[in-house]
Design a binder for this molecule. Structure first.
Ligand code: SF4
Length: 627
């Protein structure tokens, strides 16, 4: 629209009227009749992190979640306005849940959360320093930052302090940055310097948004001599991240920036959003949780009595019980973080538990074979667990022979890697195993059907809903086969459907049935394979990858080892489905060519004796192998 108007002569005014997302959600909470009777979720096992849904939707509820196979999309249900914009792309990851009411989520079991925080010790306080205490806070619009610091300000005045406060709400529509400057003084102290906190003036730098926390404009308020930071490390993406223009920086690097501007030894970093969402099924108590940490852990915090803050929460009269608990859980976190983790999250499975679980899901005749393959290599424990999962998935994808092919190739690389580069923690082997696995479990129709209908994945969605709320679930798919088979493609019903939005809603039974036909995969009866160039390419890409990895071996040396690991990771670039995948495959190919060139250049510079010896030995073995 901007482009169109820029061509018109003279001044143009574009007046865009749309209700703010936060306002929409609030209205629906007050009147559930306004809320649509469906929600949409992404199945992270099917998601390829191609970024297409972010580009399509440009929506700040398209979040990422870190999984053992890299980041995947998750729709942040508590801020989603249900306009379905994210489902427009060509992606089968979406699960649509039809509900009976407009507010279908479970209410958290608050009763059982009362006990652990019922008798918290009062915090230790040092005598007042005689200085004004300055709190600079940063957060995200719609997350309750202003309310939290209004409550703190009222608590301070209840205890006889004087305050000045400035809210900077900026573009605080759904997802925008908001800030608050709060100065608290004891009676008789001078509060005339103004509302804004001066450069380096903050005693407490408390942020519920990590990206906002590293904004230089905000960090200007901090000083390494006196500022203590309490930071929420939840990765809430910004719009450039959602549309794939940039990636979320590593949390470690962001912490480094904050530490360099603050008193690093006394800072606290915690993924508060994960904790409160897990405990209270809502992200908004994040700020009160952080406030609870500050209240309990800072010795010169300018409010002494927890009741002062709790009274403010009651007077605010919104989600009182949850907000009180969030504040108390923040206090508990300052005393005993492990206790809070154990109450919020279930214990991660050990390797043995995981292997036992995988075995249970396989037919009994595959179990011994699976266990032998899963325990084949002495990787460090985290990768062992991932490798076991990869082997299990290959059994599910096809059968034991298929998994055996994967392990045999991994063994080939492992023998070379461990013999020639014993100090490199098997990084090359791990990179090859991960990406060969990715190629071997390409997401065709049978695979997607299996992943979408797994009970554990459905349970992950169901457990968010109140009992009896789910009416039915549907998988939103656009089967490429409808466009590939000429007779189907020309059928007017299908043509019309593609012209409208091109998606069908499939019930679970249809996909459960489809997954049993995986034995047809790649045969002459596999219609999905016969009519699709992409499927043919996906199958060929496996053999090509193996040949490419073997071609890297003679080129490897200490200097280019890291480049070889990167080169082995080129399939990760080829993410997505259909057209998106085709585009990304080209990018993956150019990445491979670029890395391979570097390998060739660095090889001639410094060949490694042990690599040559290994290659000669393997070549000799190959020539002496009968047949
Ligand atoms: S595969 Fe791509 S389009 Fe689908 S959910 Fe994941 S990131 Fe979004």
């Amino acid at each position: 629209m901007k482009e169109e108007f820029s061509k018109k002569p003279g001044l143009s005014v574009i007046w865009y009227v749309q209700k703010c997302g936060i306002e929409k959600i609030r209205e629906r909470r007050r009147n559930e009749e306004l809320a649509p009777r469906y929600r949409v979720h992404v199945n992270p096992e099917v998601c390829e992190d191609c970024g297409d849904c972010g580009v399509e939707a440009k929506c700040s509820s398209v979040w990422k979640v870190d999984t053992e196979f890299g980041p995947k999309v998750r729709i942040h249900q508590f801020s989603c306005i249900q306009d379905m914009a994210c489902t427009k792309g060509d992606c089968p990851s979406y699960v649509k849940v039809y509900t009976r009411s407009g507010i279908p989520f479970k209410t958290p079991g608050l009763g059982k959360l009362q006990k652990p925080v019922s008798d918290l010790p009062k915090p230790f306080r040092r005598a007042a320093t005689g200085k004004v205490y300055e709190v600079f806070s940063v957060g995200i619009g719609g997350w309750g930052l202003m309310t939290a610091y209004e409550i703190l300000a009222r608590a301070a005045t209840r205890e006889g302090r004087n305050i000045v406060k400035e809210d900077d709400t900026g573009l605080s529509q759904k997802g925008g940055e908001v800030r608050n400057n709060l100065k608290i003084a004891y009676p008789g102290q001078d509060l005339r310097e103004g509302f804004k906190i001066e450069a380096g003036g903050a005693d407490l730098y408390i942020c519920s948004d990590l990206i906002g926390a590293v904004n230089p404009e905000n960090l200007n308020a901090a000083s390494p001599d006196k500022t203590r930071a309490i930071i929420n490390t939840a990765k809430v993406p910004t719009m450039p991240m959602i549309v794939g223009k940039t990636e979320y920086p590593s949390v470690e690097s962001l912490r480094g920036i904050i530490d360099s501007f603050t008193d690093a030894d006394r800072n606290i970093y915690v993924n508060a959003t994960d904790i409160v969402e897990s405990l209270f099924m809502d992200h908004k108590p994040t700020n009160l949780f952080l406030l609870g940490i500050a209240f309990q852990s800072i010795e010169n915090f300018p409010v002494d009595d927890p009741e002062s803050i709790e009274e403010g929460i009651r007077k605010n009269n919104v989600q009182v019980e949850i907000n009180l608990l969030a504040f108390r859980f923040g206090r508990l976190y300052a005393i005993d973080p492990e206790r809070v983790f154990s109450l919020a999250f279930s214990k991660p499975q050990t390797l043995e538990e995981r292997i036992r679980g995988f075995k249970r899901n396989l037919p009994f005749w595959q179990r011994v074979h699976f266990e032998t393959l899963a325990r084949k290599f002495p990787f460090e424990s985290e990768f062992r667990s991932k490798f076991a999962r990869e082997v299990y998935e290959l059994f599910r994808f096809q059968n034991g022979n298929y998994a055996q092919q994967f392990v045999d190739f991994a063994e080939e690389i492992y023998r070379f890697d461990s013999a020639c580069f014993p100090d490199r923690n098997l990084s090359f082997t791990r990179s090859v195993a991960d990406h060969l696995y990715q190629l071997m479990t390409y997401k065709d129709e049978y695979r997607v059907a299996d992943l979408l209908t797994r009970p554990e994945e459905l349970e992950r969605i169901f457990c968010m809903y109140a009992p009896g709320e789910i009416e039915r679930i549907r998988f939103q798919l656009r089967p490429p086969i409808f466009e590939q088979i000429p007779l189907l493609r020309d059928w007017s019903y299908i043509r019309k459907r593609f012209e409208e939005d091109g998606k069908w809603e499939f019930p679970p039974w249809s996909l459960k049935l489809l997954r049993y036909f995986k034995f047809l995969r790649g045969t002459k009866l596999d219609v999905f394979h016969l009519f699709s160039d992409l499927r043919k390419h996906e199958r060929k890409a496996i053999g090509l990858y193996r040949r490419r990895m073997l071609s890297l071996i003679p080129l490897l040396n200490e200097k280019n080892y890291h480049t070889a690991c990167e080169a082995a990771a080129y399939p990760a670039k080829a993410s997505g489905y259909e057209l998106v995948k085709e585009i990304h495959t080209e990018q993956a190919e150019s990445m491979w060519r670029e890395k391979y060139q570097i390998m060739l250049q660095t090889f001639s510079a410094a060949p490694l004796k042990s690599t040559e010896a290994w290659t000669e030995k393997r070549t000799a073995e190959a020539f002496h192998t009968p047949g």
